[in-house]
Structures are given as C-alpha cells and as structure tokens.
Design a protein around this ligand. Sequence first.
Ligand code: NAG
Ligand code: NAG
Ligand code: NAG
Ligand code: NAG
Ligand code: NAG
Ligand code: NAG
Length: 366
Amino acid sequence: MAWRTITGVLLLALFCIGCSAIPEKPAIYIFGDSTADVGTNSFLPNSQFRANYLYYGIDFPKSTPTGRFSNGLNTADFISKLMGLESSPPPFLSINSTSSLKKYSMIGLNFASGGSGILDLTGENVTTNTLKSKKNKNVVSLREQIKQFAAVRGTLADLMGQAAARNYLANCLFFISTGSNDIFAYYLTRSNVPKNEFTSILGSKYERHLELLISLGARKIGIISVPPIGCCPSPRAVNETGGCLDGLNEQAVTFHSTIRIMMDRISSRHKEIKYSIGNAFNMTMDVLQSPISLFNETKAACCGTGKLNAQKMCNPKSSLCSDRTKYLFWDSFHPTSAASEVAATTLFQGGPRYVYPINFSQLAAA
Ligand SMILES: *[C@@H]1O[C@H](CO)[C@@H](O)[C@H](O)[C@H]1NC(C)=O
Ligand SMILES: *[C@@H]1O[C@H](CO)[C@@H](O)[C@H](O)[C@H]1NC(C)=O
Ligand SMILES: *[C@@H]1O[C@H](CO)[C@@H](O)[C@H](O)[C@H]1NC(C)=O
Ligand SMILES: *[C@@H]1O[C@H](CO)[C@@H](O)[C@H](O)[C@H]1NC(C)=O
Ligand SMILES: *[C@@H]1O[C@H](CO)[C@@H](O)[C@H](O)[C@H]1NC(C)=O
Ligand SMILES: *[C@@H]1O[C@H](CO)[C@@H](O)[C@H](O)[C@H]1NC(C)=O
C-alpha cells in the first residue's frame, strides 16, 4: 500500500515535470534577411550590413537604434505581435546564457541576418572584410541560421524529451523572408548565368534549406516572397526616369511562381506540412498603383541623400522626412515601420490575392 502510494506520487511528479516544461503557446522562429533582422548583425563585429546607428530606430523610445533596418519595427515584429507574443523574439546571437536559451527556445528566436540570402555566397563578399574568421563575418547565411536552429531544437529535446519536442514544434510558426539579396547580387555582379537558370538554382537551394528545417521539426511554414525590388528607391535612382527597374521586378515575379511550385512539391512529399506564402509582389504593387494610397510618398526614401534620397544608406548626416507614416520606404531599400505593419496585417488576414493557400491567422490556427 505504502509502496504503491509512493510510486504513484513519484509517477505524478515525473509526469508533471514533463508537462510543466511544455509551454502553452507555440514559439515563433524567424529566418531570413534585413526585412526580418532584429539586431543579429550587431553581434557580428565587422559586418558591413548593420543598422545600429541613427537614424535607424528613431521612432523607438529615446530614438535608440536596435539593429533593425527601419525607423521602428519591422514585419517580423508585427507578425509576432499579431500572433500574440508579448515581445518580438530576440536575435539568437544575443542569447548569452543557458537559462535564456531555454527560455527563448520556448517563446521564439530570430535568426534573420541583413544582407543574407538563399545562397551561401550572398552577402558574404565584401572587399573591406579581409579576415575570414567567424568573428569577422558579414552575415549569417540561411544555412547557418538553420544550423543555429538545430541547436535550439536540441535544447527543446533536452528539456521536454524527443517526442514532446516534436509535438511542440509541430505547432510553432517558422517565418522566412529571403531571396531579394540573391537577386540584387545577381544583377550587381552582372552574372552571365541565364536568368531562368539562376531562378531555378535559387529554388532548388531554397527547397534544400526547407527540407532541412522540416527534418528538424518545422510543420507550419510562413514564407514571404520577393517584393518588386526594382521599385526600391535605390534601383529607381539609377533609372533616368526614376521608374522601377523592370529586370529586377521580372525576377521577383518568376521567383514567386518558383516558390509556389516548390511548396506544392514539398507539401505533396510531407502531408503534415501547413504553409502560407505571402505575395509581397502583389501587396507592394497594389500600394504603388493605388490612386488613394495609404502612403503619399512611394518613390523616395525618408532617410537618405541625393536623388530620391536613395544615393546613400541612411546615416546620421542624412536628410530625414518629417512624416514617416506617409512614406512607403524608410531608406534606399527598406520599408518604413508603417509599411511593415500594413504588410504584416495583410499576411495575417489577407485574402488569396495576397496569401496562398491560407493566411497567417489560418496557419496559426491550423
Ligand atoms: C547578456 O544579455 C543581456 C540582455 O541582452 C545583457 O543585459 C547582458 O549584459 C549580457 N551579459 C553578458 C555577459 O554579455
Ligand atoms: C566573391 O569574391 C570573389 C573574389 O573577389 C569573386 O570571384 C566572386 O565572384 C565573388 N562572389 C560573389 C557572389 O560576389
Ligand atoms: C526606367 O523606367 C521606365 C518607366 O519610367 C521604364 O519604362 C524603363 O524600362 C525603366 N528602365 C529600366 C532599365 O528598367
Ligand atoms: C503628402 O501629404 C501631405 C499632407 O496630406 C502633404 O503636405 C505632402 O506634401 C504630401 N507629400 C507628397 C509627396 O505628396
Ligand atoms: C484570413 O484571415 C481571417 C482572420 O484573420 C479570416 O477571417 C479570413 O477568412 C481569411 N481570409 C481568407 C480570404 O482566407
Ligand atoms: C497578382 O496580381 C496580378 C495582377 O496584377 C494577378 O494577375 C495575379 O493573379 C496576382 N497573383 C495572385 C497570386 O493572386
């Protein structure tokens, strides 16, 4: 009798240690480039792609730069908010203790790194970066971001056990925003690889990254495709007329269909996958073409120098617009906080013109 009670208590105790370790809310893990980076690159001491100086972050309390490529929050922040997180997942590279790694593994972590792309080479090459050691990296490639997530997955398995970690991860959201930098690099290096071939290389590399993420437990995947990057202030500034660079936009359109086909293929291989693809191209084009736009300045950058305020990245000596809520673009490449909020809201609750086959709120509930 006594033994039975003791065993019962022990079993109960073991069971409850197990169950209390599993948080109620699914975590959000964020991957990609500067559109989702919340300060990763500030932890790479010699990175050339950083935004940890003014006027970045001007709309934060005390105008403190955070490493975000924005005047305030970015799309990843707004998505996290809409998904019900109390604060945006911090950069994985900011985690400096085992206890905070355990804590944030079960809330969310952000691996995104400005300047990175789908290809390992994208963002890696910068002439001033002579040392090739890990510390002197420019960017964290998507491949390395996924490797970092593998460590997080290991932490979850240690905390919960393999089976529980698998079940927990099946409800977590994996948000990825990447691809623009690969296409920019293709244009800037005047690559002689034919366009279609390049897009299909990007697609197959992306597919391999996703397969790895799925093998690590990802089941709910939210992807945002490439916006009409030819309409960013910087490419516009090199066009005499100030018009969008059509070549870049065509690549963005092709890439969108590549992603759709890729996700079809992935979900036919893995029936348990749920996904949503945000059509950043249509979202942005509709804002650009609407006669009564939310933003009355959709061409020039708010912070910058020269033609369309786009001839230098935003810096403390830049000219700064007065009403940032009226601008679509914050700097020569990145949207304002206001525009990012519109994008996140559209991903969350938009219809099939913008999110396919389901929207992010449906993905969260699926
Ligand atoms: C660890 O991170 C916290 C929060 O980001 C910071 O306040 C603290 O100084 C860091 N500690 C070390 C030892 O770097
Ligand atoms: C990186 O730099 C090397 C050497 O300068 C060059 O050959 C290569 O094409 C560059 N790659 C990219 C993607 O820019
Ligand atoms: C520059 O913009 C015009 C529209 O103003 C467009 O017709 C033209 O194709 C653009 N040039 C390039 C190289 O894309
Ligand atoms: C935007 O609208 C404001 C007032 O509504 C006006 O003062 C400003 O000139 C407009 N800017 C542009 C670029 O149209
Ligand atoms: C998208 O999300 C909202 C809830 O946020 C839902 O009510 C709506 O039906 C969805 N829209 C479409 C067209 O899928
Ligand atoms: C995007 O917009 C174009 C028209 O501008 C339309 O033909 C296309 O079907 C839209 N894409 C999606 C996925 O709805």
